[in-house]
Ligand binder design. Structure first.
Ligand code: UD1
Length: 430
C-alpha cells in the first residue's frame, strides 16, 4: 500500500489522538501477569498492538476484543513461556513478554525482537536487570532466555537510560520476592503508565516518572480495568503537521504536559501554541524560523519526533542543526527528503545540518521506518505537487487511520494500492 497526496494545503481543524502505542505494548504484556481478567481501554488499533495481541493468543492467553479500542485479556490459560512466532519477531516491544513471563512464571524464552531499524538496539540492560533479580538471563540461539528458581529484589543502576529496560525490569520485579531499586530509570510517560496499571493490579511501585523507581514485590497481581494514556508522538506528529503546512490544528484528548518539549520547539520556530486542559492548538501563519534540536530521553525532545521536526526545519528560514543522541542510525530518511528538494547534510550519522529551502517539491519516496515514514507524509503535505509515500506498512505500525485523520484536517491524501489508483486520485483532486 502507498499514500498519495497533493501538498500545499494548510491543515486546519481538530484531530482526536488515540492511546499511546508504546504504553499499550507494555500494558498488554502486564495484563497476562494475573490469572484474573484485565480490561484495557483506549487501545490504539495499530499493527504493533494487533500483532502483540495475536502473540498473546499464541502463548495461550484469552483475548477478546470488546470493541475497536477495548480488549479483555486473561492470562490464566497461558500454556507456554516460549514465544517465537513471526508476530513476536516483528515487534520490538515483544521483549516486554520477558519481564511479564519471568515475573509470573519465573521463566521466559522470547525470540529476539525486531521493530524499526534505527540503530543496533541491544537488550543488555534488560538482561543485566533480570540478573540483578537473581535470574539467569542470556541470548541463546536467537532467543532471549531468562529463568530463576527464586526471583528476588535487587539493586540496578542502568548504564543507559532505556525505556524498554525500565519497563521490563519493573514488570519482573513487581512479582519478585523483596524490594528492588532501579536507578537511572527512564521517565517517559509510558513508564509511568505501566507502573500505574501494575499498581492498580496490586503491585507496589513508587517513583515511576523519576530517576529512581522502588518496587516492593508482591506474591500475586489481580484484575483491573485500565485506560491507555494518549499518544504523545501521534499528537506531536499532528502538531508538526500544522507547522509544516502552515496551518491551524488542535490536537484533542492529549496531556499537554507530555508535549512540552515539542510545544516549546514549535514556539521557537515561530508557531503559536495554545494549551487547554486536554488539547493543544498549534497555529503557524508563516514560514518556520530555524533552530537547533537535540534528542534526549524524556523530558527532553523525543527521538521519535526527530524526523518530523527535521521536515519542518527543512523549509525553515536559515540553517538548523538536529542532533540525534538516542539512536545511532536515525537519519536514513534524509536521502528521501533530499529527493523532495531539502538541503540536508548528515554529519557522522548523528547530526543533520539543515539549510532551509523555500519549498519542497513532490516526489516518490519510501518510508524507511515508522516515524520517518510519518515525517515524509508531512513533507508531502507541505510540498508543491504530488507525493507518493511507499512502504506505508511501517507507518501503520503506529498510526491509526493516519490518512483519514489528515484528510479530516483538509489534506488531499489517499491510501492506494497501485499506479492506476494514483492516476485516479490525480484526476479527482483539483
Ligand atoms: C522505546 C520506544 C521507541 C523510542 C525509544 C526512545 C517502545 C516500543 N519503543 O524504544 O519508540 O524511540 O524508546 O524513546 O516503547 N540501549 C542499550 N541497551 C539496552 C537497551 C537500550 O544500549 O539494553 C540503548 C539503545 O540502543 C538506545 C537507547 O539505549 O540507544 C535508548 O533505547 P530504549 O529507551 O531502550 O528504546 P526502546 O525501549 O527500544
Amino acid at each position: 500500500m502507498q499514500y498519495v497526496m497533493k501538498g500545499g494545503i494548510p491543515l486546519t481543524g481538530e484531530v482526536t489522538i488515540g492511546g499511546a502505542k508504546n504504553a499499550a505494548l507494555g500494558l498488554l504484556c502486564a495484563a497476562i501477569m494475573t490469572d484474573d481478567t484485565v480490561i484495557i481501554d483506549n487501545l490504539p488499533d495499530v499493527r504493533d498492538t494487533n500483532m502483540l495481541l495475536e502473540a498473546l493468543c499464541e502463548i495461550g492467553a484469552y483475548v477478546r476484543r470488546l470493541n475497536r479500542h477495548s480488549v479483555e485479556i486473561c492470562g490464566k490459560t497461558v500454556r507456554t513461556v516460549r514465544a517465537d512466532s513471526d508476530n513476536i519477531r516483528k515487534i520490538r516491544a515483544s521483549y516486554y513478554l520477558m519481564g511479564a513471563l519471568l515475573g509470573k512464571y519465573k521463566k521466559a524464552e522470547i525470540a529476539l525482537p525486531g521493530g524499526c531499524n534505527i540503530g543496533s538496539r541491544p537488550i543488555d540492560q534488560h538482561l543485566k536487570g533480570f540478573r540483578a533479580l537473581n535470574a539467569s538471563a542470556d541470548i541463546e540461539f536467537g532467543m532471549a532466555v531468562a529463568s530463576s528458581d527464586h526471583l528476588t529484589g535487587g539493586h540496578i543502576y542502568l548504564d543507559v537510560v532505556s525505556v524498554g529496560a525500565t519497563i521490563n525490569i519493573m514488570l519482573a520485579a513487581a512479582l519478585a520476592d523483596g524490594s528492588t531499586i532501579l536507578e537511572n530509570a527512564a521517565k517517559e510517560p509510558h513508564v509511568v503508565d505501566v507502573a500505574n496499571m501494575l499498581n492498580s493490579m496490586g503491585a507496589n511501585i513508587k517513583g515511576a516518572g523519576t530517576d529512581i523507581i522502588r518496587i516492593k514485590g508482591v506474591p500475586r497481581l489481580h484484575g483491573t480495568e485500565y485506560s491507555v494514556i494518549p499518544d504523545q508522538i501521534e499528537a506531536g506528529t499532528f502538531m508538526l503537521a500544522a507547522a509544516v503546512t502552515q496551518g491551524d490544528v488542535t490536537v484533542k484528548n492529549v496531556i499537554p504536559k507530555h508535549l512540552e518539549a515539542i510545544s516549546s520547539k514549535l514556539m521557537e520556530i515561530g508557531c503559536k501554541v495554545i494549551e487547554y486542559d486536554d488539547a493543544v492548538r498549534v497555529i503557524c501563519d508563516h514560514r518556520p524560523n530555524h533552530t537547533d534540536v537535540k534528542t534526549l530521553p524524556y523530558p527532553g525532545f523525543p527521538t521519535d519526533m526527530q524526523p518530523q521536526m527535521t521536515v519542518a526545519l527543512s523549509i525553515a528560514e536559515g540553517t538548523s542543526i538536529v542532533t540525534e543522541s538516542v539512536f545511532e542510525s536515525r537519519f536514513r530518511y534524509v536521502n528521501e527528503l533530499t529527493r523532495m528538494g531539502a538541503t540536508i547534510k548528515v554529519v557522522e550519522g548523528s547530526a543533520a545540518v539543515i539549510k532551509g529551502v523555500n519549498r519542497l517539491t513532490g516526489a516518490e519516496v519510501a518510508a524507511p521506518d515508522l516515524r520517518a515514514g510519518a515525517a515524509l507524509v508531512l513533507a508531502g503535505l507541505g510540498a508543491e505537487g504530488y507525493t507518493v509515500v511507499t512502504q506505508i506498512e511501517f507507518i501503520q505500525r503506529g498510526y491509526e487511520g493516519f490518512a483519514e485523520k489528515l484528510a479530516g484536517l483538509g489534506a488531499q491524501i489517499s491510501m492506494v494500492e497501485d499506479d492506476k489508483e494514483i492516476m485516479k486520485f490525480k484526476l479527482q483532486v483539483v
